[in-house]
Design a protein around this ligand. Structure first.
Ligand code: HH2
Length: 368
């Protein structure tokens, strides 16, 4: 059986002693727990996948589970408390090793690729490499990026796969040039690229495959002891947009990330090193992306800072009617402000200056 997963949909009333909306997955006997929670006065249902959804206080939930199985009840107590706390405290802080104390932080994208969906070739000219890429990275730093996400392989559906040597040839000189000026994240699914990028000065590994494309990835991150972005993707980049299907996208992405945190812990990656990312556009329709962004605050309950990458993606094009990804700045910036208010700790963007301005306003408005 998978580990029990606790999700909080809304915990605003808990501070005043009130109930929260909880969703609990993988309970051994959800029906029995539902009966106990209902008899304590909670509003309770069970979905087709056996998830318990209940409007109860944290103590009522723990008691209801404990009356069915005392051992599970005791084990769940800490998880329920920490999930509520993390939901309430969002956005939390970024992994200390990044040296970035501002949240939400702007992560500027540096695609050292010829074929990225929105800016392929902007930072990569094979005949002049690495000068244009370094210039682009420095312009992102000057515009206010707290982190730079440097990648040498596009994840766009249909992009050409790149081997580790080519990826390293693209990214290493850029990392070496700017690692003293900004926190650098290496955007790769390959353990060997991650290792060499960290040796060249990168501070974090951003892996859109959550360690599933390279079996050595999680152990390598554990050994390097660096922050790690754990992202959800349904399928793989080549096929992910063909027919993405979920019964309950928020529940399934949340359970995937909870499972990824358990896999990472097993491999030795400390939880306080991890950022989680729902993976907007990675095996998702417009409706899936909207549901994830509307429910974004729930992902804070995982207890890790949440990263969101939505900049210039096709959902922005569909909602705004703007076909050219390079022209999707306004919709992207509006989304960045909204996800920052929803609890995102870092936002991965192409348009750093515009996003920085929007976040300054959004965070000031959010302060009590
Ligand atoms: N999106 C892209 C690439 N890497 N990493 C994280 N953690 N989250 C994201 O949403 C994400 C990501 C895709 O965007 P981009 O890099 O602009 O395009 P491409 O993959 O074509 O290079």
């Amino acid at each position: 059986m998978s580990e029990i997963v606790v999700r909080v949909e809304d915990a605003r009333l808990v501070e005043d002693g009130g109930p929260a909306w909880f969703v609990v997955s993988h309970l051994p006997d959800p029906q029995a727990v539902a009966e106990k929670a209902a008899s304590a006065g909670g509003s309770v249902s069970i979905d087709d996948a056996g998830r318990l959804r209940a409007l109860v206080t944290p103590q009522q939930l723990v008691n209801a589970v404990g009356r069915v199985d005392a051992t599970i009840g005791t084990a769940l107590d800490g998880l329920v408390q920490s999930t509520v706390r993390a939901w309430r405290d969002a956005p939390g802080t970024l992994p200390a090793a990044l040296g970035v104390d501002r949240a939400p932080a702007v992560m500027g994208i540096v695609n050292v690729t010829p074929d990225s969906f929105s800016d392929g070739g902007v930072a990569y000219d094979p005949s002049a490499h690495p000068a244009p890429a370094i210039a682009h990275a420095r312009s992102q730093i000057a515009a206010g990026a707290a982190i730079l996400d440097i990648g040498g392989e596009s994840t766009r559906p249909g992009a050409d796969p790149v081997d580790a040597d080519e990826e390293l040839r693209r990214v290493l000189p850029v990392i070496e040039a700017v690692a003293d000026e900004v926190a650098v994240s290496i955007d790769t699914t390959k353990a060997d690229v991650a290792r060499q990028a960290i040796a060249a000065g990168a501070a974090m590994v951003n892996d859109v495959s959550a360690g599933r494309l390279d079996p050595a990835m999680l152990a390598t991150v554990a050994e390097l002891d660096v922050p790690y972005v754990l992202m959800h993707m349904q399928g793989d980049p080549a096929t992910m947009q063909r027919d993405p299907t979920y019964d309950d996208v928020v529940a399934e992405v949340y359970e995937f990330l909870a499972d990824g945190l358990a896999r990472a812990a097993e491999a030795g990656v400390a939880r306080d090193r991890i950022m989680v990312d729902p993976g907007i556009g990675f095996g998702k329709s417009l409706d899936h992306n909207l549901a994830l962004l509307r429910g974004l605050r729930q992902f804070c309950g995982l207890g890790c800072p949440v990263l969101v990458g939505v900049s210039r993606k096709s959902m922005i094009g569909t909602l705004t009617g703007v076909g050219d990804p390079g022209e999707r700045v306004h919709g992207s910036v509006a989304t960045a402000a909204l996800v920052a208010r929803a609890g995102a700790a870092a936002i991965r963007v192409h348009d750093v200056d515009a996003t920085r301005q929007a976040l300054a306003v959004a965070t000031a408005l959010g302060q009590a």
